[in-house]
Design a protein around this ligand. Structure first.
Ligand SMILES: [Zn+2]
Length: 81
């Protein structure tokens, strides 16, 4: 397993798994973990603009606050085929 270590704007060390992602309108959202073992999910990394400033709402929608890349919840099934 090769996770990419990155540091957030808050100075937090997190790990990006580029092999795991949700497909967004502008690019992939890579899954980010708190730990190297990928057991504790932190959030998402925007593959379109290389930002960690993303938000997921309760409906499962993921949005990048920097470039506006978005994954709509109704695309969940298609993106996971
Ligand atoms: Zn972005």
């Amino acid at each position: 397993m090769a996770l990419e270590q990155v540091t957030t704007a808050e100075g937090e060390r997190v790990y990006v798994d580029r092999a795991r992602f949700e497909r967004g309108a502008e690019g992939p959202f890579h899954v980010v973990f708190n730990d190297e073992g990928a057991s504790d999910r932190w959030g998402f990394h925007c593959g379109s603009c290389d930002s960690l400033d993303t938000a997921m709402d309760t409906m499962g929608r993921i949005q990048c606050n920097d470039c506006g890349n978005i994954r709509k919840p109704d695309e969940w099934d298609a993106a996971n085929e």
